[in-house]
Design a protein around this ligand. Structure first.
Ligand code: THU
Length: 160
């Protein structure tokens, strides 16, 4: 038996320490929380994806009376970005969550399904995608989506 240690890395910045382009992306994710359709959870998630050409695609979670038919903000946003700009890498994705009248105080991490979709976006363009998680205590910055999903299943695994 051998035990492997799997390491990942996240940097926590204050909002003021973010480079201006990422701070603007966080602002857009925060604003987009107000467009969430979340009458069941009242948990508003906003996302903003920065493309390599400077365009920003935003999205918010979309719930459904048939609960599993809804979709998280991350996937709404990345699918829209990838469907409309299939040849343009996504270089950063900012997320913010708002509930009970305020942005979440502690970090809320993306669900597993969204991490898998983030990884696919990063893999298909072979370009690192920063992920910025905004909360009141700071901005958690992952340099690449794969840092959120160690020991992942990706395209390369299909080769056997
Ligand atoms: N949600 C997201 O949009 N992203 C996540 O990563 C986790 C959860 C949404 C789904 C649902 O509309 C609400 O938050 C509560 O789970």
């Amino acid at each position: 038996m051998k035990e492997l240690q799997i390491q990942t890395s996240v940097k926590v910045y204050s909002y003021d320490e973010l480079e201006p382009e990422l701070a603007r992306l966080v602002d857009m994710a925060k604003a987009k929380t107000q467009d969430a359709y979340c009458p069941y959870s009242h948990f508003h998630v906003g996302a903003a994806a920065l493309l390599a050409d400077g365009q920003v695609i935003t999205g918010a979670n979309q719930e459904n009376a048939a609960y599993p038919s809804g979709l998280c903000a991350e996937r709404v946003t990345l699918f829209a970005a990838n469907a409309n700009h299939p040849n343009t890498p996504v270089v950063a994705l900012a997320l913010a969550c708002y509930t009970h009248g305020h942005f979440t105080r502690e970090v809320a991490s993306p669900c597993g399904a969204c991490r898998q979709v983030m990884l696919e976006t990063e893999t298909r363009f072979a370009t690192p995608m920063k992920v910025i998680l905004y909360c009141e205590e700071g901005c958690y910055v992952f340099d690449k989506a794969s840092d959120l999903l160690p020991l992942c299943f990706a395209a390369g695994n299909l080769e056997g």
